[in-house]
Design a protein around this ligand. Sequence first.
Ligand code: ATP
Length: 213
Amino acid sequence: MISKLIGVFGGTFDPVHNGHTKIIQNLLELIPFDEIKVIPNGQPPHRTSVCSNNDRLEMVNLAFKGIDQISIDEREIHREGPSYAIHTAKEVLEEFHQHNVVWVMGSDAFSEIDSWFEWEEFIKIINILVMVRPGSKIDPASQAGILIKDKQTSNIDDLNQGEGKILVVDIDPVNISSTQVRSNLASGETVNDLILEDVSDYIDSGKLYTKAI
Ligand code: ATP
C-alpha cells in the first residue's frame, strides 16, 4: 500500500476567513498532501468562541468546499469537554497508522505550543508543519524557538517518516485574522476582501458578529 501524506489543520474559525483558505491552497501547491483535514474545535482550550459550533462548522464547509484535497472533520465539534490537540492527534494517528500525519498550524499558534495540554507528548508523537504568519515571528529564546532549533528539518521527505520533526514553511503572507473580521463586522466596516461571499451571506442571514467584541 502507498502511504498518503495527511495534514491536520485545526482552529476556532470564528469565522473562517480568506487567510485560512489562501494559505491552505498555497500549502497544497508547495507540499504534496493527499488530504488535509480541517478540524474546527468544539470548545477551544484557550478561549471561548463567539459563534456556535454549528455556525462555525457551516462556514468552514462553505469556505473549503471548492478545494478537492480538503475534508472537514467534525470530531472535535462532537467531543465532550475542551478540544485538546493531543487527543485529536492520537486518534488521527491511530486511524491512519499506515499513513503519514502532519499537524499544520500558523506561527502564532506554534509560538504558544508550550501552553498546550500535554504539549511535550504532542510534539513527540507527530510531525508539525508551521506556516509563517505576518507579524508572528517565533522568538528564538522562547520554548517554541528552542523546539525549532532542536527539531527543525528543511527536508519535506522527513514528514514521510518518523515523528517529532518540525518543518517551517514560508507561505505567501496573508494578513487577515478572525479578530479583524469580527471587529469589522461589529463596526459595520466592509469584509469584502477578508471572507468569501458565501461565508459573508451566511453571516448576514444569521445576523452573526453584530455585537462589539
Ligand atoms: P483569531 O483572530 O480569532 O485569533 P485566527 O485568524 O488566528 O483567529 P484561527 O481559527 O485561530 O484564526 O486559526 C486557525 C489556524 O490558522 C491557526 O493555526 C492559525 O495560526 C492559522 N492562521 C490563521 N490565519 C492565518 C494567516 N493569515 N496566516 C497564517 N496562518 C494563519
